[in-house]
Structures are given as structure tokens and as C-alpha cells.
Design a protein around this ligand. Structure first.
Ligand SMILES: Nc1nc2c(c(=O)[nH]1)N[C@@H](CN(C=O)c1ccc(C(=O)N[C@@H](CCC(=O)O)C(=O)O)cc1)CN2
Ligand SMILES: NCC(=O)N[C@@H]1O[C@H](COP(=O)([O-])[O-])[C@@H](O)[C@H]1O
Length: 216
């Protein structure tokens, strides 16, 4: 039976689309079913991509939690993350893929998934330890303009509490080109991401299968 993959998004969803297309290609290039999509942004175009593909989705709003806890943003995030874990586990996924998911997951979200044996991976548009966090492509571009770097890259990595510090699954280096616009660099990076998000998801599912065999 195909593995069950749940995808977390916050925006355009082009990497979600790559996963959907790979899982539905004939013959499929990803032996998985994209079972559900969760976005933390209501306007995320990825929600429309899910709807167009007939995939169920949830908009999980941090704003609602902040309104309920106006004087304690930390408590709001904890409650949000606790409910996020419940939303994810209710879909009984084998794997969670962060594909442009722009919310730092606290242990309140990560621990229930770990206890349930659900792996979580993330796509990040930088090399390990190079530009952790948000806006990595822009930061790499600016560093290149300052002569500080000559290459950037992308990675697919396991998600742990420390942001972008989880063990890499795939790392692809991308040479930077003098005179290239930020937009052209972004387009080159996204084209590589759309291939590697599928490969990284496949590898994470294979890893999970091996781990389940050895622990059986
Ligand atoms: N615990 C972890 N959570 C997440 C990881 C991770 O490795 N460990 N990866 C990120 C994805 N990501 C980079 O790859 C990333 C996304 C967002 C941020 C960030 O600063 N988010 C802010 C809000 C920013 C916004 O809303 O625009 C925040 O959460 O306060 C850093 C890194 C996914 N989560
Ligand atoms: N720190 C995480 C991060 O920056 N993720 C990046 O968000 C974009 C999502 O694009 P998409 O919504 O079109 O898939 C991708 O470039 C991904 O690497």
C-alpha cells in the first residue's frame, strides 16, 4: 500500500505540486499518496493546488490562538503546536513534509509525532549551516554580492527542535553566477527543489521502511 504523506505549506505550494505530480505520474515516480495538506496561511495558493488535486486540507491559524492568548504569545504558540500535532496525527501519516512551511515547530508539536513514529522532513534552500532560517535565498544572494560565498544550495533534512539543524537527507550545491538576478537564481533553485523534494521524500520513506523492519 502507498505510504501516506502529509504536507505542511505556507505559500505558493510549487513543491507540494511536485509531490502531487510525482505521486500521480504513470508510472508514478513516488510510491506515496499525498493524504492531506495543512497551511498556516489562509491565502496560500498551495491550498488551491490541494483542492484542484482533490486532496483535503486544513487552514490552521496561529492568529486565532494569539487572539485567545493576547497577553501570552508563548502560550498561544504552545496551544497552536499541540493542536497542530493532533491535526496531523488524525490523518495517520507515515511522513510529514515541510514544503515551504514557515512556522518553527516547538517540541510540543514534534514530541507527539516522534512518539507516534511519524517522521518529519523539511526542504530548505541553503546548504547545511549556511543560512538557517527564513529568507535563505535572498541572504545567499546578498552574501554572493559581497563576495563572501561562491555557491549556495538546497537540502532536505530531518526536522528537530533546532531549526535547520536536523540530519541532512539530500544536499545539492548550486554554483552562483556573477551578474545573475535574484529572480533567476530563485528560479534555478526552485527547479532543483522540485526534483529533490521528491527524491528526499522517497528516501525518507525508504529509511522509515528499513527502521520499521529492524525494530520489528
Ligand atoms: N523545529 C523546527 N521547525 C521548523 C524547521 C526546523 O528545522 N525545525 N524548519 C522550518 C522551515 N524553515 C527553514 O527551513 C524555517 C521557516 C520559518 C522560520 C521562521 O523564522 N519562522 C517565524 C515566522 C516567519 C513568518 O511567519 O514569516 C516563526 O516561526 O516565528 C525559520 C525557519 C519549519 N519549521
Ligand atoms: N526555510 C524554509 C524555506 O525557506 N522554504 C522554502 O520556501 C519555498 C516554498 O516554495 P513553494 O511554496 O512554491 O513550495 C521553497 O523555496 C522552500 O525551499
Amino acid at each position: 500500500m502507498a505510504s501516506r504523506v502529509l504536507v505542511l505549506i505556507s505559500g505558493n505550494g510549487s513543491n507540494l505540486q511536485a509531490l502531487i505530480d510525482a505521486s500521480r505520474a504513470n508510472p508514478s515516480t513516488l510510491d506515496a499518496s499525498i493524504i492531506h495538506v495543512i497551511s498556516n496561511k489562509k491565502a496560500a495558493y498551495g491550498l488551491k493546488r490541494a483542492a484542484n488535486a482533490g486532496i483535503s486540507s486544513t487552514y490552521h491559524s496561529l492568529l486565532a490562538y494569539k487572539k485567545e492568548n493576547p497577553n501570552n504569545p508563548q502560550e498561544a504558540r504552545q496551544a497552536y503546536d499541540a493542536d497542530l500535532a493532533k491535526l496531523i496525527l488524525a490523518q495517520t501519516p507515515d511522513l510529514v513534509v515541510c514544503a515551504g512551511w514557515m512556522h518553527i515547530l516547538s517540541p510540543t508539536a514534534l514530541e507527539p509525532l516522534k512518539e507516534a513514529g511519524v517522521d518529519i522532513i523539511n526542504l530548505h534552500p541553503a546548504l547545511p549551516g549556511q543560512f538557517d532560517g527564513a529568507n535563505a535565498i535572498e541572504r545567499a544572494y546578498e552574501a554572493f554580492q559581497r563576495g563572501e560565498i561562491t555557491k549556495t544550495g538546497i537540502m532536505i533534512h530531518h526536522v528537530i527542535a533546532a531549526v535547520d539543524k536536523g540530519a541532512p537527507i539530500i544536499v545539492r550545491e548550486i554554483e552562483m553566477i556573477k551578474g545573475e538576478s535574484l529572480e533567476d537564481l530563485e528560479n534555478r533553485i526552485h527547479a532543483i527543489e522540485h526534483v529533490e523534494i521528491v527524491n528526499g521524500t522517497r528516501m525518507a520513506l525508504e529509511e522509515r521502511g528499513k527502521n520499521k523492519q529492524t525494530s520489528a
